[in-house]
Design a protein around this ligand. Structure first.
Ligand code: S3P
Length: 175
């Protein structure tokens, strides 16, 4: 069975939806950011502060190379995973890609008050989100499916993803 890979901007619910999805389908769940932090022995915030974004992207690429060898797994990625085309190519080899989207307003609400996302620690987070989104939206659009998460709970998003996967023939009748 192919992996189910969630891509999309920060705050679109990849981790919470992925966790639910894995539980519902009885599959293992892997969060790329979580695995990266474990591997590095530092939080993402510390990695950005100490070694910088390029170093983070190299670690991210290593983790993606590891996890894209798996099968039958639900994988939640970090929002910037699409910045390197090698990542998308690898994830696609064994997986079906699902892009989660949300409005800028929802992204800002969901990511507010957290300092775990270095790329949004700016005087003007709205401008930061808009600029990054403008660059990345065409990359997220390479996914097989896209699901708008605005105003929806992870449970509702999970239901919708399952329905899309079933219709697309990616799941057997049981899940
Ligand atoms: C990033 C998104 C974050 C994390 C890092 C960089 C990005 O993951 O990987 O802060 O470049 O969009 P989430 O999308 O899970 O917040």
């Amino acid at each position: 069975m192919k992996n189910i890979v969630l891509i999309g901007f920060m705050g679109t619910g990849k981790t919470s939806t992925g966790r639910l999805l894995a539980r519902r389908l009885g599959r293992p769940f892997i969060d790329v950011d979580e695995r990266l932090e474990l591997m590095a022995g530092q939080s993402i915030r510390q990695i950005f502060a100490n070694q910088g974004e390029d170093f983070f992207r190299r670690l991210e690429q290593d983790v993606v190379a590891q996890v894209s060898r798996y099968t039958n797994t639900v994988i939640a990625t970090g929002g910037g995973v699409v910045e390197r085309s090698a990542n998308v190519k690898r994830l696609r080899r064994n997986g079906v890609l699902i892009a989660l989207t949300a409005t800028v307003d929802d992204i800002l609400v969901r990511t507010a008050g957290r300092n775990s996302r270095p790329l949004l620690q700016r005087d003007d987070p709205r401008a930061a989100v808009e600029n990054l989104l403008a660059r990345r939206a065409p990359l997220y659009a390479h996914a097989e499916f896209s699901v708008d998460t605005s105003g929806r709970t992870p449970q509702q998003v999970c239901d919708h993803v399952i329905q899309l996967l079933r219709t697309g023939g990616y799941l057997s009748g049981h899940g």
